[in-house]
Design a protein around this ligand. Structure first.
Ligand code: GLC
Length: 587
């Protein structure tokens, strides 16, 4: 076994800066808050954090609309505070990666302000400008967030392209100056010592140079509303096909891999940094060592169907996870390392999404166990560890996700729905559900901000019912303490980090059972080599007695959610309790 890199061993934890910790009591998270919580993160047992955009931004897309790539948003602090955070994290052995949004800037970025100021401005060609055709946009492309992808600029009488909101104009990556400026921005943070980047929406960086019309029949709003009534598989398939057709000339276009290879070279000028792509496409691993180090296994989380609207769909089941692993691991190029996640700032909360309303806590434990025992680097999302749930907002004035605001408006104005109906629909598509403030205690505002301060999104009221850090710290049986225990077990069990994956009991419907084997390398055993673990996750409420034919003399219990007698278990008749998580080491 070759020595693994830190990012292959690490458990990542995503911090959504607006909602993680409010250090100055203004209702918005900030770096001082993060500094104050570094001990918490260390105690939790994670190894690295990914921070969603922390840059100055008009916050039209919650920070994914950046107006300065080499500064810190004033509401989050200053560069000095950021450096203190980075140092504090590093002192505790926690790595820090930032979010790098390459595809677009904010329309308030000075580059775009200049670009739109006149057709002759030197920055004109930093963005994608085109003439209209007979007074209509250059083609029928659609924005992923609704409406046309082209916005008319009256002053200069041309259209600019935006894959996301019109407040997020796309950069023209064919222009070498753009590349230079963005690579310089990346170097700025790397020079400060950050450990790498999560790369936002990389699939959208280039567009079809021929600007060919798409051939989908539905608009995005029609697609969203049709999706709500799509019960049959055929209808779902049709909508997926429409979605794919709609965007086919705007994503995954030539040039993007060459660009990722160039960015990789920039990163490789520095020691030991990492690039993580917001893409499920294994093509971004390149040859396994020349593009991105990690790409998310999103298909795992999209249970039910992959349509990217993230409705609550189906539970995670052993057949689902097994099929995912079979496909995913086989698809990786040699040398590529897997990367798993079940939640982030764009998707419903793990606790809500994969719960069944009755065994939610048990299922949340299973979700974590999956992340920590499957082969690959796990990414967890802040608040998951205390079982934070989706908050469905009750008034459109509370929405902060402008995609939901747009959908509400379309539902009322275009489809003539009542405001109640429009609210119900748009609230289900609002990513605000998973972005509410972290619940630190049972104090007012969940201890996120002082009593009486109005937080940027409402705090989920269930902070008062035990869904908060302070209460769970004191409860040995809490989800939080379970997270800590499992994270510790993973850290102490090399096979769980480095081991090969071997599926067992392929037809077992309720239990997911597999081995992780850390092979011995040559004659001399290094620490942890030669270790094999059996992992059994009972994802059902039934007891199962399982028969493993493993050619092992005994198994030593390393971890279980149940009280077991502690002795050696019988592999021919291993009894696994409802929702039990069992990890044993084969002798
Ligand atoms: C990514 C981000 C999402 C953002 C979009 C546009 O998908 O995760 O939050 O809205 O890119 O930047």
């Amino acid at each position: 076994m070759t020595e693994l890199k830190w990012w292959q061993k690490a458990v990542f934890y995503q911090i959504y800066p607006r909602s993680f910790a409010d250090g100055n009591g203004d209702g918005i998270g900030d770096f001082q808050g993060m500094i104050d919580r570094l001990d918490y993160l260390q105690d939790l047992g994670i190894d690295a954090v990914w921070i969603s955009p922390h840059y100055p931004s008009p916050i039209f897309d919650c920070g994914y609309d950046i107006s300065d790539y080499t500064a810190v948003a004033p509401e989050y602090g200053t560069l000095d505070v950021f450096k203190r955070f980075l140092d504090g994290a590093h002192q505790r052995g926690i790595r820090v990666i930032l979010d790098l949004v390459l595809n677009h800037t904010s329309d308030q970025h000075p580059w775009f302000v200049e670009s739109r100021s006149s057709r002759n401005n030197p920055k004109r060609n930093w963005y994608v400008w085109l003439d209209g055709v007979d007074g209509v946009p250059p083609n029928n492309w659609l924005s992923i967030f609704g409406g046309s992808a082209w916005e008319y600029d009256r002053a200069t009488k041309q259209y600019y392209y935006h894959c996301f909101f019109k407040q997020q104009p796309d950069l023209n990556w064919h222009n070498p100056e753009v590349k230079q400026a963005m690579f310089d921005a990346a170097r700025f943070w790397l020079d400060l010592g950050v450990d790498g980047f999560r790369l936002d929406a990389i699939g959208t960086i280039f567009e079809d140079p021929a600007r060919t019309d798409h051939r989908a029949e539905l608009s995005l709003s029609e697609l969203f509303t049709a999706q709500l009534n799509a019960t049959s598989d055929e209808e779902q398939e049709r909508l997926i096909e429409q979605w794919t057709m709609m965007l086919q000339n705007q994503v995954e276009q030539p040039g993007v891999h060459e660009l990722m290879q160039e960015l990789r070279k920039v990163i490789d000028e520095y020691d030991d940094r990492v690039l993580v792509g917001e893409s499920e496409n294994v093509v971004y691993y390149g040859d396994g060592d020349n593009e991105l180090h990690l790409n998310f296994n999103f298909p795992l989380m999209n249970t039910g169907h992959p349509f990217p609207v993230w409705l609550k769909t189906k539970r995670l089941t052993p057949p689902w996870v097994r099929a995912n692993q079979q496909e995913r691991l086989a698809a990786l190029p040699p040398g590529a390392w897997p990367c798993n996640t079940l939640g982030n700032h764009d998707s419903p909360r793990v606790y809500s999404r994969y719960g069944d309303g009755q065994n939610d806590k048990e299922l949340a434990r299973i979700s974590l166990a999956l992340m920590l025992t499957m082969r690959g680097t796990p990414f967890l999302y802040n608040g998951e560890e205390i079982g934070m749930t989706d908050l469905i907002l009750e008034d459109v004035s509370q929405f902060r996700d402008n995609r939901a605001v747009w959908l509400y408006r379309v539902a009322v104005e275009k489809f003539g729905l009542t405001s109640d109906k429009a609210l119900a629909i748009s609230a289900r598509f609002s990513r605000d559900w998973c972005r509410t403030p972290m619940q630190w205690s049972s104090a007012p505002n969940g201890g996120f901000s002082p009593d009486g301060v109005s937080t940027w999104l409402p705090v989920n009221p269930n902070y008062a019912d035990g869904v908060n850090v302070a209460d769970q710290q004191d409860d040995p049986d809490s989800l939080l303490n379970f997270y800590k225990r499992m994270l510790r077990v993973r850290k102490q069990t090399p096979a769980l980090i480095a081991g090969e994956y071997t599926l067992l009991l392929e037809d077992q419907y309720d239990c997911f059972a597999f081995l992780r084997t850390n092979r011995a390398d040559g004659a001399s055993l290094r620490e942890g080599e030669g270790q094999t673990c059996l992992i059994v996750l009972n994802m059902s409420d039934r007891t199962h007695t399982l028969n493993f034919d493993l050619n092992a003399q005994a198994i030593k219990l390393l971890f279980s959610t149940c009280v077991r007698d502690g002795g050696s278990d019988n592999l021919a008749r291993l009894s696994i309790a409802p929702f039990e998580i069992y990890i044993g080491e084969l002798a």
